[in-house]
Design a protein around this ligand. Structure first.
Ligand SMILES: [Zn+2]
Length: 351
């Protein structure tokens, strides 16, 4: 039993393999001009492989193993890209120098220190981490991990689906994925204050310690300070509380964007030059948020809209390409670097 999300990716993977046919794979490199690519990851964990069928690991798309990360560094260099520091991107877009890749990781997971840093140090490659400051403060509501834990730890959960109280069995892995699909997609569409309230109520009902969960997964300020002092590491801002900014009032959205940069500057002694919109898709960040990030004084802001950097796009709507845990193979990485999947997707969306 797999979840709808996993099924979607299996279908997408099959379609991608068609593009990997001889003669087609390099078409993107020939047809699509590019200045560079910013890659996005989240966790780097030793056991993050592709075998998701036997265990309940619904957030696997956010997890990469260090071996794949190492392959990714070697592959981008072999394909002729320079790995550059995040803050150098605005200049690199303007110049006609060699095409570039930037590695970024969102959310400030401690495993970035434990398992990503050694790989980047081994290959002397820079990388960046985007920080939601409430998470480092220890009171982040990581709602997608809270749902995972609620389902993983219980044989049944009682959930409030917008006034409709439902009991969801969570005995088998298959039960757990059915419960996940239901709760995840319900909660993902809610406003941030509703998500926070919902998580607090349900965690209390099922004896889950949200603060401990945050402390278990996220760096402390001391860890972040040491990490940020590493010359290979760049820190960017990723809001205070990690909300979908487009669902907030303009005043609240500006506060999240501006204040997170200020907090990082106060704690780390350096103002972050760039911002990453939480969630970052078209529903979470649009024209208003792009304007607010510029108003807040950042040099650049990144989305999770999937594309290569072609040059000419707004510096406050820079696309990225996900290093997704379901696509941990050099074959998929090369296809993404080629850009053909995104180009075809943009054609389909215009029709
Ligand atoms: Zn994030």
């Amino acid at each position: 039993m797999i979840s709808l999300y996993q099924l979607k990716h299996l279908v997408f993977k099959s379609a991608l393999l068609v593009l990997d046919a001889p003669g087609i794979r390099n078409l993107g490199n020939l047809l699509i001009s590019r200045k560079g690519i910013i890659l996005t990851g989240h966790h780097v964990l030793p056991d993050a492989n592709n075998d998701y069928r036997e265990n309940f690991c619904p957030n696997r798309m956010l997890e990469l193993c260090p071996e794949f990360l190492e392959q990714a560094i070697l592959t981008v260099r072999k394909e002729g890209y320079d790995i550059i520091a995040l803050d150098d991107v605005p200049e690199a877009i303007k110049s006609a120098n060699k095409k570039f890749v930037v590695f970024t990781f969102d959310d400030g997971y401690r495993d970035n220190i434990l398992h990503a840093l050694p790989v980047f140090e081994k290959h002397n490659a820079p990388f960046a981490v985007y920080i939601p400051t409430d998470f480092i403060d220890g009171h982040g509501v990581i709602w997608w991990k809270i749902i995972e834990e609620l389902i993983a730890r219980n044989k049944e959960i009682s959930v409030d689906m917008g006034g409709d109280i439902q009991s969801l069995p969570c005995i088998s892995v298959s039960d757990k994925y059915v419960a996940w699909d239901k709760v995840y997609w319900f909660l993902r569409d809610q406003k941030p204050d509703f998500q926070q309230r919902w998580c607090a109520e349900h965690a209390e009902k099922h004896q889950l310690d949200i603060k401990q969960l945050c402390a278990d997964w996220i760096m402390s300020w001391d860890e972040l300070k040491t990490f940020a002092d590493n010359p290979l590491v760049t820190i960017g801002a990723h809001s205070l509380s990690h909300p979908a900014l487009a669902r907030l009032s303009e005043e609240q959205a500006l506060l999240e964007i501006e204040q997170s940069g200020r907090v990082l500057e106060e704690r780390l002694g350096k103002k972050p030059a760039t911002f990453s919109y939480p969630i970052g898709d078209a529903g979470a960040a649009g024209e208003r948020e792009f304007r607010l990030a510029e108003q807040a004084g950042y040099d650049m802001a990144v989305t999770t809209r999937k594309n290569l950097i072609r040059g000419g796009e707004s510096l406050y709507a820079i696309p990225r390409v996900s290093l997704n845990g379901y696509y941990q193979s050099v074959k998929f990485l090369r296809l993404f670097l080629g850009g053909l999947p995104f180009w075809l997707w943009s054609l389909l969306r215009k029709d």
